[in-house]
Design a protein around this ligand. Structure first.
Ligand code: ASP
Length: 583
């Protein structure tokens, strides 16, 4: 037996008990006459005490211990002389009677402490050591709890957890696939799934009318900050449902998670159309924890002789509460912020509605106090507020203003991580025009159903067709998205046609699904949540990497196992692949 208790378990109630603990040496301290060791395991830390009056052998053993040695001790629980109220076990210590070193440790490359001296790369390389640190460990435990809470909710709602294959077939739609060569079928390749989409739809055809899976998905995309080539989704599908059924069911899931994990009660989840989200926030995943909504000023400011406004497709303002006293320096900093290449605007215009009722702007030459008063009125400002204005091409300006809005909220401390504001964004466009390829792309995926009332527009104005598609947004992050699906073969064929597939291509790639639609496919729909992001948000962070036990870095590399890596030509030959330059 290695232990009678864990290192986090002992309390004052255990005084006098003989116990056995095993764990890692966090720290050894020699204080005049006494040696103390903090012994750590997953559950906590217990203080071990060695008194100089005790056996020389034992003391000798204790002094030889280094950081991260694995040891096992036996001893008696004593009350501490100086208690540590910060620690769960801070009232007690163990008077050690015997000690066994189970394994020595090299000095770790960084300290295993909450505030470590190890840089990102080093910690990734020795991830198994980083995982010993509390901040990382707590994230992994939280992730486990979220997974269990998801399962508890869905199981109770009669969902079945069903696995779908990882070795599937490559399709050109969506992101790039990771491909896997087949040895037994040389020259042919599997692909790793970007999501179980078609399989979950086939399960609906099979009659498993409520399915879920906490499942790994793979996308070979260029990695933007905090994207992982493999990530986990809570993937769900239901049959005999309309959009309303899905929204109700899955806001139930989100409420359940917020209650279970954060103790937060959410009454209702508001809904907003995509068009409204773009108009009010310039963004399809708005953070609605604070205001500063968009106000389009075109009608008020154009044709007054100020070229920047006159030439702009969009002039948009936000009113920033209580910032009329911003200094020249602060305003210059904001101007520089919007001029950074990531934002790419040419400049920023402001107007202050001063506390004394006067107005001051960077365009006083063109607009008098009365004109500015109108802007502030339109933006719902009060005395003391500051209006920030961007002007230019509509899409770019909207995007920039959306970023600026978030930036101001960040500066003003309005993005409180303890506040949770979920939101449904609905009625997404079915298609988006892709300039590069000169054709329409499915905004969600090609299996998404158009709104029935918009189907006639498919022939005439496809860009105007709205989809039965929805996103769940939490605090400005898209945490889930899904749609009602097409379950009719002819509509699905028409969709592929619109997306530029020839009938042969459609048949070759998705024939199995269209065939299935001819054998009694029920109406169905579903959603998938990003499990890594959801865990991170519930953990009060926006960095998903910290919530994955063995993540990859920004270049898609696992620095610990050093992957990806070349393979031997011998192995490649077996697979029918020859990378050698021709002799
Ligand atoms: N499969 C979709 C995705 O990965 C989600 C869904 O439509 O259920 O985005």
């Amino acid at each position: 037996m290695y232990r009678s208790h864990t290192c986090g378990a002992l309390r004052i109630e255990n005084l006098g008990e003989k116990v056995k603990l095993s764990g890692w040496v966090q720290r050894v301290r020699n204080l005049g006459g006494m040696t103390f060791i903090d012994l750590r395991d997953r559950y906590g830390v217990s203080q071990l005490a060695f008194n100089d009056g005790w056996s020389e052998d034992l003391l000798d053993q204790a002094r030889k211990l280094g950081r991260e040695f694995v040891i096992s001790i036996e001893g008696e629980v004593l009350e501490r002389e100086s208690k540590n109220p910060q620690m769960a076990t801070g009232d007690i210590e163990i008077k050690v009677e015997s000690l066994e070193v189970l394994n020595a440790s090299k000095t770790p490359p960084f300290t295993i402490e909450n505030d470590t001296d190890g840089g990102e790369e080093l910690r990734m390389k020795y991830r198994y050591l980083d995982l010993r640190r509390d901040p990382v460990k707590n994230n992994i435990i939280l992730r486990h709890k979220v997974a269990q809470a998801v399962r508890a909710f869905l199981n109770q709602e009669d969902f079945l957890e069903i696995e779908t294959p990882y070795l599937i077939k490559s399709t050109p739609e969506g992101a790039r696939d990771f491909v896997v060569p087949s040895r037994m079928n040389q020259g042919q390749f599997y692909a790793l799934p970007q999501s179980p989409q078609t399989f979950k739809q086939l399960l609906m055809v099979s009659g498993y009318d409520r399915y879920y899976q906490i499942v790994r998905c793979f996308r070979d995309e260029d990695l933007r900050a905090d994207r992982q080539p493999e990530f986990t989704q809570i993937d769900c599908e239901m049959a005999f449902v309309e959009q309303e059924d899905i929204l109700t069911k899955f806001e139930g899931l989100v409420k359940h998670l917020l209650k279970e994990i954060k103790g937060v009660d959410i009454d209702s989840v508001p809904r907003m159309s995509y068009a409204e989200a773009m108009r009010r926030f310039g963004n399809d995943k708005p953070d609605i924890r604070f205001g500063m909504e968009f106000n389009e000023l075109n009608a008020l400011v154009q044709n007054k002789g100020f070229k920047v406004f006159d030439e702009a497709e969009l002039v948009v303002a936000i009113s920033v509460p209580g910032c009329a006293d911003y200094s020249r320096k602060q305003l210059d900093a904001l101007t520089n912020w919007v001029k950074r290449p990531q934002i790419g605007m040419n400049g920023l215009i402001y107007s202050k509605f001063n506390a004394d009722g006067s107005y001051k702007s960077s365009v006083d030459k063109f607009f008098d106090a009365d004109a500015q008063a109108e802007w502030h009125k339109a933006a719902g400002s009060n005395a003391g507020d500051l209006i920030l204005i961007l002007a230019g091409d509509a899409n770019k300006t909207r995007k920039a203003m959306s970023e600026l809005r978030l930036h101001m909220a960040e500066e003003l401390g309005l993005r409180n991580p303890d506040e949770y504001a979920p939101l449904w964004v609905v009625d997404f466009p079915l298609l988006e025009w892709d300039e590069e390829s000169g054709r329409y792309h499915a905004m969600h995926h090609p299996f998404t159903s158009p709104k029935p009332e918009d189907i006639p527009l498919l022939e005439t104005e496809p860009g105007k067709v709205r989809a039965n598609a929805y996103d769940m947004v939490l605090n400005g992050n898209e945490i889930g998205g899904g749609s009602i699906r097409i379950h009719d073969r002819s509509l699905q064929s028409k969709m592929f046609d619109l997306l530029g597939f020839t009938p042969e291509e459609a048949k070759a790639q998705f024939g199995f699904l269209m065939d299935a639609f001819e054998y009694g496919a029920p109406p169905h729909g579903g959603i998938a949540f990003g499990f890594d992001r959801l865990s991170a948000l519930l953990g009060g962070s926006e960095t998903i990497r910290d919530f994955i036990a063995f993540p990859k870095n920004n270049a898609g590399r696992d620095l610990m196992i050093n992957s990806p890596a070349p393979v031997d030509q011998e192995q490649l030959t077996e697979l029918g692949i020859d990378l050698r330059p021709e002799a």
